[in-house]
Write a protein that binds this ligand. Structure first.
Ligand code: SF4
Ligand code: SF4
Length: 191
């Protein structure tokens, strides 16, 4: 009797692609020798000193498919999120993994309906992390307050979902620990 083959991680990724869409990270880092090839493929490169990267969502993802799969850079071919690790190691089933992917996509859809028109997830995440999203919601009235509160809530729920089920232990968390969070203003109104 032979052991069952290990779960196929690519099959899970083909139902997910959240990393390519910038849900887990804002950018992907490139090796120096990969820059010219990525640029030739039409990817805009950002430089910070000697470091090169490209902004996510990646322009080469179509739905859940990488359109340059055979030429994708090492940061992509070598990337394994915590969900993928847990699935391929057998700690969670495919159905469980897909339920987390579905929940993340549900939250992204909700955010897509209520974030300001044209605002990217990356920009929204920066506002959420800095506390600007919450401050703006607290300062607004009526519909603006309700929508801002929903955005704050959904960003936080998404952040906790990513922290718990997607990000690998070595990766920074989305939601700051209580000790890292800025104190709320005395008398401030929660959303
Ligand atoms: S987020 Fe994880 S499971 Fe989803 S495509 Fe990326 S590596 Fe695969
Ligand atoms: S190059 Fe391919 S694998 Fe890498 S982020 Fe873009 S779509 Fe995803």
């Amino acid at each position: 009797m032979t052991d069952a083959p290990p779960p196929n991680g690519s099959a899970l990724c083909l139902d997910c692609a959240l990393c390519c869409h910038g849900v887990l990270h804002d950018r992907a880092d490139l090796e120096a020798e990969e820059v010219d090839q990525m640029r030739a493929l039409g990817i805009e490169i950002e430089r910070t000193g000697d470091d090169a990267s490209f902004i996510l969502p990646c322009p080469k993802v179509a739905g859940t498919v990488c359109t340059i799969y055979d030429q994708r850079p090492s940061c992509c071919s070598g990337y394994r999120c915590g969900l993928l690790d847990n699935y391929t190691s057998g700690r969670i089933t495919r159905d469980t993994a897909l339920s987390y992917v579905a929940e993340a996509k549900r939250l992204l859809q909700l955010l897509g309906e209520t974030l300001p028109p044209g605002q990217s997830l990356r920009a929204a995440r920066a506002e959420w992390r800095s506390g600007e999203m919450l401050r703006r919601a607290q300062a607004a009235d009526g519909e603006g307050r309700r929508t801002g509160g929903l955005n704050q809530l959904n960003m936080t729920v998404l952040g906790r979902l990513l922290d718990r089920h997607f990000l690998a232990p070595r990766e920074p968390r989305m939601v700051a620990s209580p000790a890292e969070m800025a104190p709320t203003e005395p008398g401030g109104t929660g959303v």
